[in-house]
Design a protein around this ligand. Structure first.
Ligand code: PAF
Length: 288
């Protein structure tokens, strides 16, 4: 339970009442959806939202629809009290804490099924994932009705999926992206990093270096196939398993040919250390 001093809503009607008072005062509303276990990547999104909007709502909801059987739904870190304190320090105006019963009451039946940027990469390994994310984000948008919503580039495919969702379903919300927060060694901040033991944590920092080299090779004019082969070989040396290391079109995530890149490109990877999956991505500029 969090205290009354920290403004929060646990029902859709309490959320809407608060947001309506802001709207009556002509204040703009920013929204940062999260699953909690907040780190500085989340808080930088809240700070970005505060800079862009008059009021900011952050939701914390561990969405069962985006976990498959056997994934870490039960083990997913739940740290409500420290999360609420961090959000208060970041000047978040309202924390929205719906329960699974509120989001998916008995008889709930609507689930989105996506194509486009939701095909391949993450979806090749987690086929349920983006349909679950889109379903909960669509519900949250309808509940909060924000002017702007903020997503991290760390989950780059998710960001493109949400942009497409907003376009397809005509949500009147602008999507803004926040840069990936990183530890000192460059490891992308993630709530799942707490699962890593000391040896795994030391190796995890290699992922962003492998992607940096991959992006630099592409920008220097190396072909996609040659630079990808080098990145893949390095990833296979460091990690227990590699789900993918790829260069894709930065706007559609379409596959690229074997040749030299000639458009906005993103390099993306997913690897495993034990049972922990790490994902990361970064931009690669076309050769000048
Ligand atoms: O990125 C996340 O934390 C989740 O996928 C999101 C967008 C909050 C939906 O549950």
């Amino acid at each position: 339970m969090i205290t009354q001093q920290i403004p929060h809503a646990t029902t859709i009607s309490a959320l809407r009442t608060r947001v309506r008072t802001w709207r009556d005062d002509r204040l703009s509303v920013g929204f940062v959806p999260t699953m909690g276990a907040l780190h500085d990547g989340h808080l930088s999104l809240v700070r970005l939202a505060k800079a862009q909007c008059d009021r900011v709502v952050t939701s914390i909801f561990v969405n069962p629809k985006q976990f498959a059987a056997g994934e870490d739904l039960d083990a997913y870190p739940r740290t409500l009290i420290p999360d609420a304190e961090k959000l208060t320090d970041a000047k978040c105006d309202l924390i929205y804490l719906p329960t699974p019963e509120i989001m998916y009451p008995d008889g709930y039946s609507a689930n989105l099924v996506l194509k486009g940027p939701a095909i391949g990469l993450e979806a090749a390994v987690r086929p349920h994932f983006f349909d679950g994310v889109a379903t909960v984000v669509a519900k949250l948008f309808n509940q909060v009705r924000p002017d702007m919503a903020f997503f991290g580039e760390k989950d780059y495919q998710q960001l493109l999926v949400i942009r497409q969702l907003v376009k397809d379903l005509d949500f009147p919300v602008e999507i803004l992206a926040g840069e990936t927060g990183r530890d000192k060694d460059g490891l992308a901040l993630s709530s799942r990093n707490v699962y890593l033991d000391a040896d795994q944590r030391a190796r995890a920092g290699q992922l962003n270096l492998i992607l940096k080299d991959f992006a630099a090779a592409l920008s220097a004019g190396s072909t996609v196939s040659a630079s990808q082969a080098t990145a893949l070989a390095k990833a296979n040396e460091v990690f227990d398993a590699v789900d993918y290391v790829e260069a894709r079109c930065a706007t559609s995530l379409a596959e690229l040919g074997d040749g030299v890149i000639d458009r906005r490109t993103r390099v993306l990877a997913a690897v495993r250390l034990g049972s922990t999956r790490l994902i990361d991505n970064m931009a690669a500029k076309p050769p000048s």
